[in-house]
Design a protein around this ligand. Structure first.
Ligand code: SF4
Ligand code: SF4
Length: 149
């Protein structure tokens, strides 16, 4: 079970901070799956195969509900499923970081390894967009302490 699902209550208790900081870039298939499941189209194309979810005016992800749960939980993008394990792209190299949030101490080594594998499978253009193109990611996550792997 993905971390984000097992610890849903923790993210809700933290008022889903991540979902108020940025909306994740997603693949074409993820966009297709969200639309096929009947949810609203909040997408904008970045490059072929990579889409952004347009944030609301207040910066929140449009799928974040008032009770801090995710409207598209069952079809949420992989980036959201693996959070707070985050694929990193820096100096032309892929890596992994974990943000030290309320979830951090709850993740077992086994769970981390499984989630890391999932995060490493996220297509490179998505990861590049997250780190290289989106200044939001760099700026807004400065306040977290990172663990690098
Ligand atoms: S991953 Fe961590 S920082 Fe993000 S919403 Fe969940 S508990 Fe909060
Ligand atoms: S899709 Fe769901 S989990 Fe992902 S940022 Fe939006 S509200 Fe949060």
């Amino acid at each position: 079970m993905p971390i984000s699902q097992r610890f849903l209550g923790v993210c809700n208790g933290c008022k889903a901070l991540c979902c108020t900081l940025l909306s994740p870039p997603i693949t074409e298939k993820e966009k297709h799956d969200i639309l096929k499941a009947g949810f609203e189209d909040h997408f904008t194309k970045i490059i072929d195969g990579v889409y952004a979810i347009k944030s609301r005016d207040n910066g929140n992800c449009p799928y974040l509900k008032e009770d801090y749960s995710c409207e598209i939980h069952r079809v949420k993008p992989t980036l959201c499923k693996v959070w707070p394990v985050i694929p990193r792209y820096q100096n032309n190299k892929r890596g992994i970081i974990v943000i030290k949030c309320p979830l951090f101490p709850l993740i077992s080594k086994k769970e981390f390894q499984q989630t890391k594998k999932e995060a490493e499978k996220i297509p490179l253009p998505i990861v590049q967009h997250l780190w290289n193109i989106s200044p939001v990611m760099k700026q807004k996550y400065k306040r977290f302490e990172y663990e690098k792997f």
